[in-house]
Design a protein around this ligand. Structure first.
Ligand SMILES: [Zn+2]
Length: 185
């Protein structure tokens, strides 16, 4: 388990330093076993996540060891419960992707991925059970959710894949934004 937690801490620091998250926004998790996940703590910037403050929680959301789990813990748990293939989840408010989530412009298809890949989730209060429930409904097949007026959720067969997807979505959103502006000039 120690190695897995180390990987999660590393991923948290990487995401902060690469600008995908800022302040104490964003949270990441990984499946440890059938009954447990590890998730970043609430109110702690991802740059300050340590092996000691990572929260280990049961599938019912009960804290087993570590800090207090992120307020989005039920969103993460809900996805792990219905998608056995998902082993890592990343939630960010990365600027370009989130700008799309706040606008009426849609992120277009991504090269190498089919249309099932991304789904949109209507606005529900961050950290609410309603938001968790809607995300679970929409993640049936895909790996990315655009949360209206909020941010994005990326899922992977491991945490590394989820992080890479978050980077990929952010980069794609940035390119689409720039292309849109260039076309206007
Ligand atoms: Zn959020």
């Amino acid at each position: 388990m120690g190695e897995s937690i180390k990987g999660l801490v590393k991923a948290a620091h990487y995401m902060y330093s690469s600008g995908l998250v800022s302040g104490s926004a964003g949270n990441i998790s990984m499946r440890l076993s059938r009954d447990e996940i590890a998730i970043t703590p609430t109110g702690v910037p991802l740059s300050l996540v340590t092996e000691e403050n990572v929260a280990i929680v049961g599938m019912d959301g009960s804290r087993l060891i570590g800090g207090n789990p992120s307020s989005e813990v039920y969103l993460h748990l809900g996805i792990y419960k219905i998608r056995k293939d998902i082993k890592g989840i990343v939630h960010t408010h990365s600027p370009y992707a989130t700008a799309f989530a706040f606008s009426d412009k849609k992120l277009k298809g991504f090269e190498g991925f089919n249309g099932d890949f991304i789904d949109e989730v209507a606005y529900y209060k961050p950290g609410s059970l309603e938001l968790a429930r809607e995300c679970v409904k929409k993640i049936e097949k895909g790996k990315v959710l655009i949360l209206k007026d909020h941010g994005i959720v990326c899922c992977g067969s491991d945490l590394q894949e989820a992080v890479q997807l978050a980077e990929f979505i952010e980069e794609s959103a940035k390119i689409q934004f720039l292309a849109y502006i260039l076309n206007k000039i």
